[in-house]
Design a protein around this ligand. Structure first.
Ligand SMILES: N[C@@H](CCC(=O)N[C@@H](CS)C(=O)NCC(=O)O)C(=O)O
Length: 289
């Protein structure tokens, strides 16, 4: 559980905040996951919108709260928790009703969520290649340096290696002028492998962990939604998972958290058309028939 030490937090005012505060961005997949969870729990929370588009996550103030410069981050009665899955597990303990982790399956859920988190740079690579046009996807070196320079640089009292990983992701984007075919294919294959396992699970059950909706369904709904936006042929490759996705996507408490602003939908549709004409869309890059 990534609960920060007080010394990790340079923006000291948040240590005095009472109640539940979420720093999040509308279009961020990790933030969407937490907002759906809060909807299902019916928890009241205070919203602090951090615009990634305007670079509000790499200001001294916000990096003084989350030294990784990422959203989401939670402040609950002065405690700061970062990492979306840790936030969810923390909230499940603090607000146990209705249960979103089945009794006695905490450890299994923890491992499954870790597997999900390990794919985060893959979903980002597919987003930057197939959802967001190249001119919006790259970050200038001046912004990348902020990940390394701002904030305490510490997580739980120890120098944090993750922020170098963040900086390296964006520098690789500059070196390769975007996300390379090789990187995109690797990300696709990783997702395909996991989605095939879920397809098998859904043969005899309604949700990913059984017949009860759990945190795992929330987490994977978000990824599958993003993959669909990247033109991943979900229903063709995994029909049962396609039905599972459609039933969640029809719910307002899920769907209401994931819609893009209208302009972004138009831009992505245009991007897909251009990529299909050039043969650089996901289906071609992944060498699917
Ligand atoms: N493992 C982290 C990943 C958080 C993350 O990468 N958040 C993205 C939005 S989904 C972000 O803040 N990106 C800003 C950036 O990379 O500049 C989590 O689960 O919270």
């Amino acid at each position: 559980m990534v609960m920060l030490h007080e010394s990790d937090v340079l923006t000291k005012e948040v240590l005095g905040w009472r109640g539940l505060h979420l720093f999040h961005f509308k279009g961020s997949s990790c933030s969407q996951k937490v907002r759906i969870f809060l909807n299902l729990k019916g928890i009241d929370w205070t919203s602090h919108h951090i615009s990634l588009a305007k670079g509000e996550h790499v200001t001294p103030w916000y990096m003084g709260i989350n030294p990784r410069g990422l959203v989401p981050a939670l402040v609950h009665d002065g405690k700061v928790v970062i990492e979306s899955n840790d936030i969810l597990e923390y909230l499940e303990t603090s607000f146990p009703e209705p249960a979103l982790i089945p009794a006695d399956r905490n450890e299994e859920m923890h491992l499954l969520l870790r597997e999900e988190d390990d794919l985060h740079l893959d979903i980002r690579a597919l987003t930057m290649r197939f959802v967001v046009p190249a001119f919006l996807a790259k970050k200038p070196e001046s912004q990348i340096r902020k990940y390394e320079e701002l904030g305490s640089g510490n997580v739980q009292g120890v120098a944090d290696p993750n922020r170098l990983r963040e900086a390296e992701f964006w520098r690789e984007m500059i070196r390769n002028s975007g996300v390379s075919d090789k990187r995109a294919r690797l990300a696709f294959e990783r997702f395909r492998r996991v989605l095939e396992q879920f397809e098998g699970r859904l043969e005899g059950q309604a949700f990913l962990l059984g017949d009860q909706l759990t945190l795992l369904d929330i987490a994977w709904y978000i990824y599958v939604r993003r993959l669909s936006e990247a033109s991943y042929p979900l229903h063709r490759l995994h029909p049962r998972l396609g039905k599972w996705f459609d039933s969640l996507d029809g719910r307002e408490d899920f769907r209401g958290e994931v819609s893009w602003p209208r302009g972004m939908g138009v831009i992505t549709a245009l991007l897909h058309q251009i990529q299909r004409l050039r043969g650089t869309d996901l289906v071609h890059v992944a060498c699917l028939p």
